[in-house]
Design a protein around this ligand. Structure first.
Ligand code: NAP
Ligand code: F7E
Length: 336
């Protein structure tokens, strides 16, 4: 059987890099969309770009979610079996500062992709399966635990854009019979997590404090609760959704939720430090509206996809802080 090919938007992000590794391991040809930047933005996939054994199976292309033509051309040129839409302006706090841009790239771009797929298939392309990176932020203030039946009550421009994208996916599935699936993923983290998300901000700062490179860590609201899992586990769920016999929507979560305060305690305790001595708060990091309590119920994914997380919050926190300890020590030795 011929190997499949996949097109990934957001391949330079945390999830894109893990998904690319997963699909390459399954013998896919992988095409990634990289937006033009004035400096390097491929650090999470440089090991794949530089791997000569992957030269005929791993390809990156310039494109942008704000540019419908670039997306159409890419679909025509790469002829993917599967498209994973992971690209987004993904920072909730930033979405309050840049609401219009966030809605365009995180919301409207989904229509650009769905229309490009519909048009390609009308013109005789092979069937293309589509994955949309939905988010637990869509649940907003809905009472926990949240599952596929829970009403969306979004609390940010980012969350509103994701709700719009979610319903467009459902609409294209129902109107045109496209194989389009929504993953509703709760927070997932890793050593590759962007440095302005709270877990990475904490593990990096704790490592630097332990090494004597930093004295304080300033955060926002410490009372919010999140259901945090490992990104490597979650990309496996994305792939399973596109191998399922029917397109559908699935919540992906660990089923355990803790506060930022609890996360601080796990990380600092691991380094034999008392977090309360080092952490202060500043309203600058608060959001105009907060999502207080997310706790996912992934029963449907377990029963229909056979998916279960391999990591819990404690093993994830340990993985991240151990990585940051080594990384920060190496940087300090190199004098940077
Ligand atoms: P991330 O690390 O922030 O990566 C976002 C990706 O989108 C990056 O590759 C970024 O490119 C790309 N991107 C941003 N604007 C773009 C544009 N205009 N055109 C093309 N690409 C663009 O996010 P992530 O954590 O991997 O998350 C992946 C997806 O899942 C996102 O859609 C996110 O909203 C969603 N999600 C994430 C979580 C989570 O907890 N991680 C949970 C639920 C849903 P650059 O590298 O050039 O910036
Ligand atoms: O905030 C609080 C903050 O930015 C988590 C994205 O991947 O997951 C992510 O969105 C919580 C919030 O993630 C700081 O107020 C306190 O309550 O790490 P975060 P997020 O907003 O949950 C969802 C599922 C996505 O879809 C998004 O793409 O932590 N918090 N102090 C802080 N947050 C940040 N960033 N920085 C602080 O200093």
């Amino acid at each position: 059987m011929q190997a499949k090919s996949a097109l990934i938007t957001g391949i330079t992000g945390q999830d894109g890099s893990y998904l690319a590794e997963l699909l390459l391991g399954k013998n896919y040809a992988v095409h990634g969309v990289v937006r033009r930047a004035s400096g390097p933005n491929t650090s999470r996939i440089d090991h794949l770009i530089g791997d000569e054994s992957l030269a005929d199976r791993f390809h990156i292309h310039h494109g942008d979610l704000a540019d419908a033509n670039s997306l159409r051309h890419l679909i025509d040129r790469t002829q993917p079996d599967e498209i994973y839409n992971l690209g987004a302006q993904s920072h909730v706090r930033v979405s309050f500062d840049q609401p219009e841009y966030t809605v365009d790239v995180t919301g409207t771009a989904v229509i650009r992709l769905l229309e490009a797929i519909r048009s390609a298939m009308e013109h005789g392309s092979k069937p293309i399966r589509f994955y949309q990176a939905g988010s637990s932020e869509m649940f907003g203030s809905a009472k926990p635990p949240q599952n596929e039946q829970t009403r969306f009550e979004p609390r940010s421009p980012y969350a509103c854009a994701k709700v719009y994208a979610h319903y467009q996916v459902v609409n294209y599935r129902e109107s045109y019979g496209l194989f389009a699936a929504n993953g509703i993923l709760f927070n997932h983290e890793s050593p590759r997590r962007g440095e302005t998300f709270v877990t990475k901000k904490i593990t990096k700062a704790a490592a630097r404090i332990k090494l004597g490179l930093q004295e304080k860590l300033t955060l926002g609201n410490l009372d919010a609760r999140r259901d945090w899992g490992f990104a490597g586990d979650y990309v496996e769920a994305m792939w399973r959704m596109l191998q399922h016999e029917e397109p559908d929507d699935f919540v992906i979560a660990t089923g355990e939720s803790i506060s930022i305060r609890d996360f601080l305690s796990i990380v600092f305790d691991h380094l034999d430090l008392d977090w309360e001595r080092y952490v202060d708060t500043d309203p600058r990091f608060y959001r105009p509206a907060e999502v207080d309590y997310l706790l996912g119920d992934a029963t449907k994914a377990r029963d229909s996809l056979g998916w279960q997380p391999q990591h819990d919050i404690r093993s994830l926190a340990k993985m991240m802080v151990e990585h940051d300890l080594k990384h920060e020590a190496r940087l300090a030795r190199a004098g940077s």
